[in-house]
Design a protein around this ligand. Structure first.
Ligand SMILES: [Zn+2]
Ligand SMILES: [Zn+2]
Length: 363
């Protein structure tokens, strides 16, 4: 009987009794899996994974607005802004619509996926003279279409926009603030800056962010599909892929919460395994991520298990020794007995040109 039952189960499994065996899914059908970069709560703040700079066919991007939402969801983003150029729309004669259309098309899908879609646009003028600026939290992109760049930024600001200076070193061979850009910063119209864009890191912009109290951003500025900028990344022994992101430390997960955090400069730029921004937030993130636990004591040394609760791979040095701690993993470190405090120079974190934060922890 048991033998017959086995034959029956195998036959069923092979689909021999199924009515339709003329179609099979190879590979097996599997729902899309969203993978979030793990981030601990930091000083009571929830850390959101955000990309505030992306394009669609409604400017010079190569994808439809709803496609951006699906990508963002799979890549574990909480917040996305589509920031199509006002002044550069090469497909205009085919696309129709106006400067608000990409947002309007993407919004219902963003709601379905639970992605917070921030309404934005990119004011796009001559690089190296005026430059490019993203206006976020705008109400009407059409009203920002002005011949004079300052008037355009003012129109965005008057709508309540948060304005950031994009890719300060792109297409120019140095990172210099032009007269116009300095004026916009001095007037308080522009309050944020990209320290990372697509695949460029601007250490000088990081120094400006500290000296001029600007909010830091890292953006994909993606035009084609996000696969173009995906990085390999090890988490819990497996390779994961993440895009450049702005990490935002919010009191509450809402548009108001994100805006409040940007206004108060509670952001960090994450890109290709690096984290850049204000020293106190780097230290807070590291301290919330990395935990030390005493394992054993032998003679003159104590062995510790050092655990990483985040998905970020950390590289740090203690005295002359360097360590790499994968996201979600642990390493063993031995220190001389009697050491009360350990000091780690975190090499993949950047707080100023050429500077890494030094984090101390009581053992
Ligand atoms: Zn741009
Ligand atoms: Zn752009």
């Amino acid at each position: 009987m048991r033998y017959l039952l086995s034959i029956f189960l195998i036959a069923t499994h092979l689909g021999l009794f199924a009515q339709n065996v003329n179609k099979q899914y190879v590979p097996e059908r599997k729902a899309a899996n969203r993978v979030e970069m793990a981030l601990p709560e930091v000083n009571g703040y929830t850390v959101l994974r955000c990309d505030f700079h992306s394009h669609t066919v409604f400017s010079d991007g190569l994808v439809w607005p709803t496609y951006r939402i699906g990508e963002a969801w799979i890549q574990g983003l909480d917040v996305l802004a589509i920031t199509d150029h006002i002044e550069y729309r090469p497909f205009k004669e085919y696309m129709g619509g106006d400067f608000n259309t990409s947002y309007e098309l993407a919004l219902p899908v963003a709601r379905d996926y639970g992605i917070m879609l921030i309404k934005g646009t990119e004011v796009t003028r001559k690089q190296g003279v005026i430059g490019h600026f993203n206006a976020l939290f705008i109400k009407d992109a059409n009203a920002i279409d002005k011949p004079d760049p300052e008037q355009a930024l003012q129109a965005a600001f008057d709508q309540g926009a948060f304005i950031m200076f994009n890719h300060p070193g792109w297409a120019v061979d140095t990172c210099l603030l032009t007269e116009f850009q300095q004026k916009m910063l001095d007037k308080g119209l522009v309050r944020g800056i990209e320290v990372f864009n697509h695949h460029e890191f601007y250490p000088r912009a990081l120094s400006w962010s500290r000296d001029r109290k600007l909010t830091v951003f890292a953006s994909s500025d993606i035009h084609a599909t996000i696969n173009d900028v995906m990085e390999t990344h090890v988490q819990q022994g497996a390779v994961k892929t993440f895009r450049p992101m702005t990490l935002v430390f919010v009191k509450e997960k809402s548009e108001e919460g994100v805006r409040e955090a940007l206004d108060n400069r509670r952001t960090l730029a994450y890109f290709y395994g690096n984290v850049a921004g204000e020293e106190r937030w780097l230290k807070s993130l590291f301290l919330a991520s990395v935990q030390w636990e005493k394992v054993s004591e032998r003679g003159k040394s104590i062995s510790y298990r050092v655990m990483n609760l985040s998905g970020i791979q950390y590289k740090f040095s203690i005295d002359a020794a360097e360590y790499i701690l994968d996201g979600g993993a642990s390493i063993q470190i031995s220190l001389p007995a009697g050491k009360r405090e350990v000091s780690m120079l975190v090499l993949n974190m950047h707080c100023y040109e050429g500077m890494h934060p030094e984090v101390s922890m009581v053992l």
